[in-house]
Design a protein around this ligand. Structure first.
Ligand code: IMP
Length: 424
């Protein structure tokens, strides 16, 4: 039995958490493969809203096994808080949540380094969530990192001290004004490590998944962030530090590429971005404000307002291709209700020429989007339960996207709740 993959096709915040939660009943295992607490996956059910950062979005289903893969970076302090927030739901996470021994730890000094690096960049800052993601992946590839499996050996604290001391020297090197109390940060860190070590099972995830596949179990890999934030294929350097695209699931879980079956690509009916970096279809007018307000476009992790803009099909075509998407899922169609004319970007004007692909740089100065215009719809669609009930203009919007991307849209989401999901 193979593995299905679900990932975001834009700059993150597409609504992956909701869809994983909706799909979990079809799977035995839900696995996260990259990123860390920079992610914020929001789930809404039974009148409750819940945000997950590192824990896979299948955690609320009693029968699903949830796995944090080797490609994920873990902040024990945040992880502990997430676990404690689950206590009111009576989830037996000792049984239902496994962590890879090969996942890397985010140290308190990684977070401080993130802050120092961003401060030193001034107006050129990435707009990082400041969770220590970049510095932790740097230590991973620099072969200095500390992994979950290290905690099972008695000398791990020596390794920790050595690395933390080096980080303090690096922080000083940035010469920025940063005040911190490392002793306090460390005491929270060590307490959280003890908590996690006592409560959770550490595993060799590649073996767990290979055995599960041999037992014909169904696995869903849950991506975090979005494809345009991929370290290789995103809008570098304004990206995150992991591979958010399909290949990241292979390296972040230890599964072979030929085991991947369906690739579900999630996108919003418009585009958003949080943090710095190019965004060709960004809106700076009342329509942008309306989308932000109706769509409640504020970061689930940082609370920062998200930048909003029209749907960009040039970028989507690129991410559908890089990921090998087999099925599309369109989120937040309801947010566009009441906008008279909708624009969709289908090409760019780049240095005076019309192009249909993403150029090396999306620098706004030499690139402008070219749009087609479609009729919007007035109706509130949040109570619709079947595709047939949707306004004809929305059906045309869907058909246009499918046609352009040559990929079927299998699901249309019309609100944040589990129930507001239309399968086709
Ligand atoms: P970092 O991964 O926290 O270093 O942030 C790098 C860039 O990715 C920043 O622009 C962040 O706003 C963006 N980013 C990171 N995680 C997410 C996410 O889960 N959703 C949307 N943007 C994200």
């Amino acid at each position: 039995m193979g593995l299905d993959l679900l990932l975001g096709l834009q700059w993150g915040d597409e609504g992956k958490g909701k869809i994983v939660d909706v799909l979990t009943k079809n799977y035995d295992i839900i696995a996260r493969f990259q990123g860390g607490p920079n992610a914020g996956h929001t789930l809404k059910f039974d009148g409750i809203k819940h945000v997950l950062h590192t824990i896979p979005s299948g955690i609320f289903h009693p029968s699903a096994l949830n796995l944090v893969g080797n490609g994920v970076v873990i902040d024990p302090v945040i992880f502990r808080k997430e676990l404690e927030n689950l206590d009111k739901f009576q989830i037996d996470y000792h049984k239902s949540l496994l962590i890879s021994r090969k996942a890397h730890l985010i140290l308190p000094t990684h977070r401080l380094l993130d802050a120092a690096s961003e401060k030193s960049k001034g107006s050129k800052k990435i707009g990082s969530t400041l969770k220590g993601i970049g510095p932790t992946y740097m230590d991973k590839t620099g072969r200095n990192g500390i992994r979950i499996g290290d905690l099972e050996f008695p000398n791990w604290k020596e390794k920790y001290r050595e690395l933390a001391n080096k980080h303090e020297e690096l922080i000083a090197f940035y010469k920025v004004d940063l005040t911190y109390d490392l002793q306090k940060l460390e005491s929270d860190f060590f307490a959280a490590i003890d908590f996690i070590s006592n409560k959770l099972s550490f595993v060799d995830n590649e073996s767990v998944l290979a055995n599960a596949q041999a037992d014909h179990k169904k696995i869903l890999a849950e991506g975090a962030q979005g494809s345009l934030l991929d370290i290789d294929f995103g809008t570098y350097p304004f990206v995150t530090s992991s591979n958010t695209t399909a290949a990241g699931a292979c390296t972040g879980l230890g599964v072979a590429p030929n085991k991947i079956e369906d690739v579900f690509g999630i996108f919003k009916a418009y585009t958003t971005r949080v943090g710095s970096g190019p965004f060709p279809t960004e809106l700076f007018d009342e329509t942008g404000e309306q989308i932000a307000k109706v769509g409640n476009e504020f970061g689930a992790t940082t609370g920062r307002p998200r930048r909003c803009g029209w749907l960009d099909l040039v970028a989507l075509k690129y991410t559908v291709q890089v990921n090998g998407v087999t099925q599309l899922m369109m989120m937040k169609g309801d947010v566009l209700s009441g906008i008279d004319k909708l624009k969709i970007c289908t090409s760019y004007n780049y240095r005076g020429e019309t192009i249909y692909h993403l150029p090396f740089s999306l620098n706004e100065e030499n690139l402008t989007p070219k749009y087609i215009e479609m009729n919007g719809w007035e109706e509130d669609i949040t109570q619709c339960t079947s595709f047939d009930e949707l306004p004809s203009q929305l059906k045309e919007y869907v058909a246009f996207i499918e046609d352009f991307l040559e990929t079927p849209i299998r699901l249309v989401s019309v609100g944040p709740d589990r129930k507001q999901t239309i399968f086709r």
